[in-house]
Design a protein around this ligand. Sequence first.
Ligand SMILES: Cc1ncc(COP(=O)(O)O)c(C=O)c1O
Length: 508
Amino acid sequence: MTISAHSGTNAGSSVPAVDAAAILTRQRSRESAARTYARTLPIVPVRAEGAIIHGADGRRYLDCLSGAGTLALGHNHPDVIQAISETLASGAPLHTLDLATPEKDAFVEELRASLPAGLGPDAKLHFCGPSGSDAVEAAIKLAQTATGNQTLLAFTGGYHGMTAGALAVTGNVAVKNPLPASGSVVRLPFPHPYRCPFGVGEASDRNAGPGGAQLSISYIERLLDDPLGGVTSPAALVVEPVQGEGGVVPAPDEWLTAVREITRRRGIPMIVDEVQTGVARTGRFWAVEHSGITPDILVMSKAIGGGQPLAVIAYRAELDVWLPGAHTGTFRGNQLAMAAGRATLRRVRLDGLDDRCARLGARMLAGLAEISHGRPQIGHVRGRGLMLGAEIVDPSGEPDSAGAYPADPRLAALIRAESLHRGLIIELGGRHSAVIRLLPPLIITEAQIERALAMLADAVDAAVRRLGSTPATPAAPGPPGLPGSGPGRRLHAGCGSRERPDTGREAT
Ligand SMILES: Cc1ncc(COP(=O)(O)O)c(C=O)c1O
């Protein structure tokens, strides 16, 4: 095991002298109104190693965003730098369309060895354009080609990207509204432990009846079998095992298993989007391994390229019916990304980063639960592995029928700003951008986790003070086994994951 806060091969103690304020001003005047992170994280990164970014302002930032989950090994990991350097020095062509190369061959070997066992040795790979959205497009097109159907089944809260097809299956109304409707997408309810789509809470309760997860399954089954239900034959069902941009919402394992069964019995290809959850992020190499389901099409990007752009789908051989050239793209042969990706997949495998991620994720989740004690503005904490979220609410508002308080996006934004002020980079996601998201690199150290939690707790208090909202109060006594249960807060009781303790982006 070589886990450490590595220093990175090109990390120096000095930071190049640049005028950060001038660069930020130029960016504001030159780049589009649609810029996102640049607005909320006004820093100019100049060096980085591991989980640390050095800004041109001379400050160090603890990066709990890691390129929106891309940098599994953190910034400038020595393995990645070495792989890229060797490829550069080798004289190999760097751009090769979809031609075979030794680098690609080696990457494919490593990737295939990591795939969920159920996909089997016959699984086919298709290299897509370089982004996660490109891979989602390819998966949808493949399923539509194979079935001859158009209709797609997708979930509330889902995020799959910004290109036309990927956006069609995305739930976020704000980024879809200005555009004409594209294609036929049937929206299905994704279980949510806090903002339950049925208003009853996620878990079944002997007294209160079935929970949201069970109702979701009944609804999907009945809808698909209803001759008057309005759903024409589906081409595919698209789902994330943990909704990331949707506010860090893990799918309960039993629910995902039931969805798999529903699709299997009806011959509907199941596309699992692991763009964000893949490569050990959730505590298993692929998040589907928690439930043991096998997708028909697995969508991969972000971490598989080791920080460089790369996107691939893996799918059952029977689906490989499209014609030569049916789905092309210029940038499908990025050799540097394949080298960086192979080094990353290998290091994650050799160091057992999935288990480490499960362990550190459990600590971070417990830490978030501790922070929520006596801070009723944290309505709910949840996550899986190192993909964590805390829902920021207004505890003075009216709770809904499931006990959830109104989202407080203003406070969430202030917490993000106060975190940055303290040197912690986090992002927001979820409904109304009121969920604080933590996506640190998998190599984050235990000490860094404690530092991140301490900075976050401080930031919450400072933001609450700034907003003139209820100050932090001592923890209210909670039910046995649950430390503190003040108003507005519920702890995620878990969805069968082995790493979860008993306690419970805004646009990409
Ligand atoms: C689950 C999921 N799918 C697809 C995408 C789109 O990926 P990209 O931004 O690379 O197009 C994202 C991006 O965050 C994602 O989280």
